[in-house]
Design a protein around this ligand. Structure first.
Ligand SMILES: [Zn+2]
Length: 309
């Protein structure tokens, strides 16, 4: 090493040693929104750019679309026989969640996206692969005092009620830049979409995820939003439903206590209640669900998804 270089290095080390060390607990943690990832596919039509943020989708899964271009109005998509509107965020691009019902048949399905620009219509078409959700089969025996809840009519009535509760969402996302996180830190015990056989061979589906939680464990809002429902349901027991905007809802079930009231705004991570064993449950745990536009979806996918805000 040259003498000059050695001198510079010595000075640098001396300078560094003079900077007082900061105590560990005084470090400021800076939360920054994750940058938008690279799209997995890009399509260009008449100067408009459609970006896909997934390569394939599975039954019960969801993906993100982004549409950018000058003067685009009223973009909408058609997929699996359903039309959905895009929503707009600050950077003036349009976004939409592409969702796959858990009962959709695997295979190639056509996605069509249309938008207006003045008198012109811009249109995109692409085949999207829908993969199997590889759902497992589980058998459960409800205790005698709750066996009456193994009743398809009670279940159908509850789904109808939840369809109403989850149909009031506004046109803007209510989640913040952090997106969605898990409602509590513990292992998952039963997966979304499982085929279930209950008492007397009654068949049903698992519409959410279960996580291990002893009674009275704090349950956190998965994202910011507005409380749409907080009351007892027959099957889901004491439940809280949060509206995250653009048709996206999360539901927290079998609670022993809820800490929120309908209409209240909640922050991501806020404690909204305590876990429990109410409703059609065989022991204390947290069951939570993701509902988008009336479809029950795999909530772990929205936790993993980058979302605009
Ligand atoms: Zn469950």
């Amino acid at each position: 090493m040259l003498p000059t270089a050695r001198l510079i290095l010595a000075c640098l080390l001396l300078t560094l040693s003079l900077i007082p060390a900061r105590a560990q607990d005084s470090l400021d943690i800076i939360f920054q929104p994750a940058p938008r990832p690279m799209p997995t596919a890009v399509m260009i039509e008449s100067g408009a750019r459609l970006e896909l943020y997934f390569s394939s989708l599975k039954q019960g899964g969801l993906g993100l679309l982004r549409l950018a271009g000058d003067g685009i109005e009223d973009p909408r998509l058609d997929f699996l026989g359903r039309e959905r509107r895009f929503f707009q965020v600050e950077d003036d691009a349009w976004y939409a969640l592409l969702i796959v019902d858990m009962n959709a048949s695997p295979g190639l399905r056509q996605l069509t996206v249309r938008a207006d620009r003045g008198l012109e219509e811009i249109s995109f078409a692409r085949d999207i692969r829908v993969d199997s959700g590889r759902f497992i089969l589980q058998e459960f025996e409800l205790p005698a005092n709750r066996a009456y809840l193994v009743n398809p009519a009670i279940e159908a009535a509850e789904f109808a009620r939840l369809d109403e509760i989850t149909s009031e969402s506004g046109p803007k996302p209510l989640w913040d830049a952090g997106g969605f996180g898990l409602p509590l830190e513990s292992e998952t015990t039963s997966p979304f979409g499982a085929f279930r056989v209950l008492n007397d061979g009654v068949k049903t589906r698992h519409t959410g995820w279960d996580q291990r939680a002893s009674s009275a464990t704090p349950v956190h809002a998965m994202a910011s939003g507005k409380v749409a429902f907080a009351a007892p349901l027959e099957i889901r027991g004491d439940a809280v439903v949060i509206d995250h905007g653009v048709g996206v809802y999360t539901l927290y079930a079998h609670l022993s206590q809820s800490n929120v009231t309908p209409g209240e705004t909640v922050d991501a991570g806020q404690i909204i209640g305590l876990s429990g064993n109410s409703g059609r449950s065989t022991g204390p745990h947290l069951h939570w669900e993701l509902i988008v536009a009336g479809h029950w979806l795999d909530g772990l996918e929205i936790v993993a998804l980058w979302l605009p805000s």
